[in-house]
Design a protein around this ligand. Structure first.
Ligand code: ADP
Ligand code: ZN
Length: 623
């Protein structure tokens, strides 16, 4: 049963370092200074350096052949030098007294020198300024490009969040676009009401919560819900991701927060949506790491939330999948004291989500969305949206005018189980082992009382790395599982390995995923659900994140921890032996079904059940 976990990858915990625009500016200025110094040194070396008084002495003696008064220096040549070689090096001095170019020209005139005075002042000053500007611009541009390439993206990073804040005047999303999530919608309804008519609330003196925290796994539609609130209330929607606040430079994050709220205040009533608030709202205690930049940003955020006047109609919504790591101060009354759970959709929710996303898609007559919804237990809204899109793409690839059930089923496998990878070539022996392995899962499941019916068995390899898988489809959504059902699940999981051992007397790597999942499940039974005889009701583990499956960590003594390991091993061994026994007792079925699977590569649950409960003789002839 190498089904894939269909959890989308966690969003990166955006703490990427960024280069500040100031950094680029500083480097630019430094480079310009260095270059102009070098330029001066080089151009000075072309001339013999003299002083103003030396120059005046030559002038009084009418010894000058030519004089060029430039913006920053006077370049001249004495008659003696000019007579020697026409191309003789000229002399120059810098620092005209009082910078008085015209004065100098007049003075030379008064002295009655026969020299040809050329003033190149204006032009070259402008040229020089232009030259500096262009050089500055070029270097600055290069710096920007470079830092951007380094992953910075520093446009508008000087404290203003303009480049990162997304403001939508009209989101165009309404509650109709959000399938299921009725409880969340109900909780948000009040906020919409408030945004419609803030006076109604302030007249009575009611204080509305300034913010609400949307809590749920990635892809469950938190952003969508926030947009829908803005859409329903017909107010602008500001969104920013918490990770955008996290900066390398102290103070930048805080000024961004300030800026965000200032911008929002200008267009109130409006919604501010902070995605991944855990990136900034992480608890300040050092357990989760912290630094002063992060603290400043968080303090600023707390200050802004306290400070803004909610009677103007600003509502701050935030999303996270890790509420447990948020700073307690964020969750205090008057801040994000409302938590709205955005759950993974149940069967009806998934069906509704599929309906929402197939609304604009042409569906063939054979499409049965309920079947798809049944098959996608555990999928979140984003998975389903993705699935529908994949199906539509497949229909286009196959040159069809409408999406049919096969498209949906195949894309279900693409999205949730990985694409079929027909070109992984298995040897015949490998194929036989995989077939027996999968039938081992399926047969244990089929012969057990509490199990979910098998819907499909395949030995077509998938890109996910699974060489085959057995798909089980629950008849109805389950919220509670009995220990009996969990043990059945365990036996089903180890059934693959049991079949390999029973038939081929080998152990293969193919069972690794099964074994990991079985171990995790058995461990949870012992440490979280109180389902072991030895430890009884004691739960030696603490759930660290109830929104992302059952992640937990052990906090108990070493002796207890050893006991847990022993008990987990016990449960697994018992289940394994039971599964093996069950398969041994039904060896005929195992062989028959495996051979059938080998021949067809993919069989349905019904095909398998026909082996287990053969139809009566008369009915069978109908086939
Ligand atoms: P989150 O913010 O919780 O990570 P998003 O709101 O970004 O998830 O959801 C991603 C996409 O998944 C949405 O744009 C939408 O297409 C789809 N989606 C998620 N939940 C739902 C839902 N309840 N109804 C319809 N579409 C949904
Ligand atoms: Zn398996």
């Amino acid at each position: 049963m190498d089904q894939k976990n269909n959890q989308p990858p966690k969003k990166p915990d955006g703490k990427r370092p960024k280069f500040s625009i100031w950094f680029a500016l500083m480097i630019t200025v430094a480079l310009v200074l260095i270059i102009s110094t070098i330029y001066n040194a080089v151009s000075n070396s072309q001339y013999t350096q003299t002083t103003f008084s030396e120059f005046m002495a030559e002038a009084e003696k009418d010894n000058l052949a030519e004089v060029e008064i430039r913006y920053d220096r006077v370049v001249y040549m004495t008659k003696a030098e000019a007579a020697k070689h026409p191309s003789q090096q000229k002399a120059c001095f810098t620092g005209l007294p009082n910078g008085d170019i015209l004065g100098l020209a007049r003075e030379l005139d008064v002295l009655g020198t026969s020299v040809n005075v050329e003033i190149v002042e204006d032009n070259s000053t402008i040229m020089m300024i232009l030259y500096y500007i262009i050089m500055f611009g070029a270097i600055f541009g290069i710096m920007m490009l470079l830092t951007k390439k380094m992953g910075g993206g520093m446009m508008g990073n000087i404290g203003t969040s303009k480049a990162k804040v997304y403001m939508e005047k009209k989101t165009g999303v309404t509650f109709q676009d959000v399938a299921g999530q009725d409880e969340a919608k109900e909780s948000l309804q009040e906020i919409i009401d408030f945004l419609h008519n803030p006076q109604k609330y302030t007249e009575i003196g009611a204080k509305l919560p300034k913010g609400a925290l949307l809590v749920g796994s990635p892809g469950t539609g938190k952003t969508l819900l926030a947009k829908a609130v803005a859409g329903e209330a017909n107010v602008p929607f500001f969104s920013i991701s918490g990770s955008d606040f996290v900066e390398m430079f102290v103070g930048v994050g805080a000024s961004r927060v300030r800026d965000l709220f200032q911008q929002a205040a200008k267009v109130a009533p409006c919604i501010i949506f902070i995605d991944e608030i855990d990136a900034v709202g992480r608890s300040r205690d050092s357990r989760y790491g912290g630094n002063s930049e992060h603290e400043q940003t968080l303090n600023q955020l707390l200050g802004e939330i306290d400070g803004f006047d909610s009677s103007k109609g600003i509502v701050c919504l935030a999303a996270t999948n890790r509420p447990e790591i948020l700073d307690k101060a964020l969750l205090r009354a008057g801040r994000f004291d409302r938590q709205i759970i955005v759950d993974r959709p149940n069967l009806q929710g998934r069906l509704d989500t599929l309906k929402v996303h197939t609304k604009k898609i042409k569906l063939a007559e054979d499409v049965d969305l309920r079947k798809i919804a049944q098959a996608t237990a555990g999928a979140v809204g984003a998975d389903l949206a993705n699935l529908v899109n994949e199906a539509a793409l497949r229909a286009v690839r196959k040159d069809r005018k409408a999406v049919n059930q096969e498209d949906l089923l195949v894309s279900f496998e693409t999205v949730i189980a990985g694409t079929e990878k027909k070109n992984t070539v298995l040897s015949d022996t490998e194929k036989r082992i995989v077939a027996y392995h999968e039938v081992g899962h399926a047969l244990v499941a089929a012969l057990e009382k509490h199990s979910q019916p098998v819907s499909k068995i395949t030995i077509v390899p998938h890109t996910s790395g699974a060489l085959g898988y057995t798909m089980q489809m629950p008849e109805e959504e389950k919220y509670l599982k009995t220990s009996g059902e969990l043990l059945t699940e365990l036996r089903t999981l180890v059934g693959g390995r049991a079949a390999e051992e029973l038939v081929f007397s080998v152990q293969t790597t193919g069972a690794s995923n099964d074994i990991q999942r079985a171990t995790a499940l058995a461990r949870n039974m012992v440490t979280l659900y109180g389902m072991s005889d030895v430890l009884g009701l004691m739960a030696p583990a603490t759930v660290s994140n109830q929104y992302l499956s059952d992640q937990s960590y052990l906090d108990c003594s070493q002796e207890t921890s050893a006991l847990v390991d022993k008990e987990v091993q016990n449960i697994l061994n018992t289940c394994y032996n039971q599964a093996k026994g069950l398969l041994e007792a039904n060896r005929n079925l195992l062989d028959e079904i495996s051979l059938h699977l080998l021949a067809k590569e993919t069989i349905t649950g019904d095909e398998m059940m026909a082996f287990i409960n053969p139809p009566k003789a008369e009915e069978a002839t109908e086939e």
